[in-house]
Design a protein around this ligand. Structure first.
Ligand SMILES: NC(=O)C1=CN([C@@H]2O[C@H](COP(=O)(O)OP(=O)(O)OC[C@H]3O[C@@H](n4cnc5c(N)ncnc54)[C@H](O)[C@@H]3O)[C@@H](O)[C@H]2O)C=CC1
Ligand SMILES: CC(C)CC(=O)C(=O)O
Ligand SMILES: [Mg+2]
Length: 359
């Protein structure tokens, strides 16, 4: 199979972790006789430095011309004071919007090899942690009108949150279809006791639910959900929610599995071309030290093989190599425990490639 991948390393640890994911993709290509070619796309803070904008037109075109996009992370304190309209994060939002990637799948699954190290109580971990956050990705407050104005002698800022029925309907379909491939249970998360957008969300989700009588559906308020993720994560199968709630809950969910550095994501729309990225940011506090965990990005590359190219076997091989590496006691700094073998970011990439080659 021949595929062309737009690679957006971005900022901070982005280039370090993406490099390891490419090693893994190259290994898979060689092993299974595929041809993956890559275009290096400049977007994020590094694009501001070079071109004065975070998402140059050519970069967006390179993503649009690809079969799939692999992204590291964007942003960092260096660009904190730039004009908000060109912030590094705008590049990410722009790619998601322009590619029509309305559904962000973020698995929260604990590797059995890391169960002992979970910050949760062991009796809670023993019940299992394996759910999928289905996050709406191109609507809500991140995309609404923003302004800061002076009213009565003081600054007043506003971020407008809106959702149209069609935006809710399509992500609800994604959630119910995802549940059909899992345990047939959707929990829809909102703040319907306060927000109009949430009341519309609830109405539309329940309308769509009628088309999936085999899937159980229930509503949960977002504040309660944040608590329930820690108290009883085993109750969740698919969690569907709007953009900002999904962003926050998925970071929380990552921590109960061990580390944010472990979790991949797939951003999908109606075409086959999606974007694949770890759920974390550019981690400026550890950038340039070769200590980041590349597993989330490596698994994101694996999700790309599965969702964009239908290469299920290759995806399973990557997941198994990661599990075997963890089972043999290899750890990056973020998941390090006593008695385990410490690896740098690049050593972890090499180790996963080594295990793939011997599988
Ligand atoms: N998808 C993206 O490109 C995202 C970008 N950002 C941007 O990233 C920058 C930093 O944001 P933060 O709030 O610090 O969130 P962050 O996710 O970058 O980091 C939070 C904490 O997790 C750690 N961490 C993250 N990824 C890790 C990895 N792979 N291995 C080990 N440890 C890891 C970091 O060291 C840090 O202590 C900001 O500019 C933010 O806007 C934030 C989230 C998503
Ligand atoms: C950087 C933001 C635009 C979004 C975010 O935190 C995320 O998608 O995880
Ligand atoms: Mg986030």
């Amino acid at each position: 199979m021949k595929k062309h991948i737009a690679v957006v390393p971005g900022d901070g640890i982005g280039p370090e972790i993406v490099k390891e994911a490419i090693k893994v993709l190259d290994c898979i290509a060689e092993k299974y006789d595929h041809e993956f070619t890559y275009t290096h796309v400049i977007a994020g803070g590094c694009a501001i430095d070079q071109f004065g904008k975070s998402l140059p037109e050519e970069s967006l075109q390179q993503c649009l011309n690809s079969d799939s996009v692999l992204l590291g992370a964007v942003g960092g304190p260096k660009w904190d004071d730039v004009d908000p309209s060109i912030r590094p994060e705008k590049a990410l939002l722009g790619i998601r919007k322009e590619l029509g990637l309305y559904a962000n799948l973020r698995p929260a699954k604990i590797f059995p090899q890391l169960a002992d190290a979970s910050p949760l109580r062991q009796d809670i971990v023993a019940k299992g942690i394996d759910f999928m956050v289905v996050r709406e990705l191109i609507g809500g407050v991140y995309f609404g009108e923003k302004k800061t104005e002076e009213i009565n002698g003081e600054l007043v800022a506003s971020d407008h949150m809106n959702y149209a029925e069609h935006e809710i309907r399509r992500i609800a379909h994604t959630a119910f279809q995802t549940a059909r491939k899992r345990h047939h249970k959707v929990i829809s998360v909102d703040k319907a006791n306060v927000l109009d957008t949430s009341r519309l969300w609830r109405k539309v989700v329940h309308e769509v639910a009628k088309e999936y009588p085999d899937v159980e559906v229930a509503d949960m308020l977002v504040d309660n959900t944040a608590m329930q993720i820690v108290k009883n994560p085993a109750q969740f199968d698919v969690v569907v929610t709007e953009n900002m709630f999904g962003d926050i809950l998925s970071d929380e969910a990552s921590m109960i599995t061990g580390s944010i550095g472990l979790i991949p994501s797939a951003s999908l729309g109606d075409s086959k071309r999606g974007m694949y990225e770890p759920i974390h940011g550019s981690a400026p506090d550890i950038a340039g030290q070769n200590i980041a965990n590349p597993i989330g990005t490596i698994l994101a590359a694996g999700m790309m093989l599965k969702y964009a190219f239908d290469l299920d076997t290759e995806y399973a091989q990557i997941e198994k190599a990661v599990e075997d590496v963890l089972a043999d006691g290899y750890r990056t700094a973020d998941i390090m425990e006593d008695g385990k073998k410490h690896l740098s970011c690049s050593e972890m990439g090499d180790k996963i490639v080594e295990y793939l080659n011997k599988a």
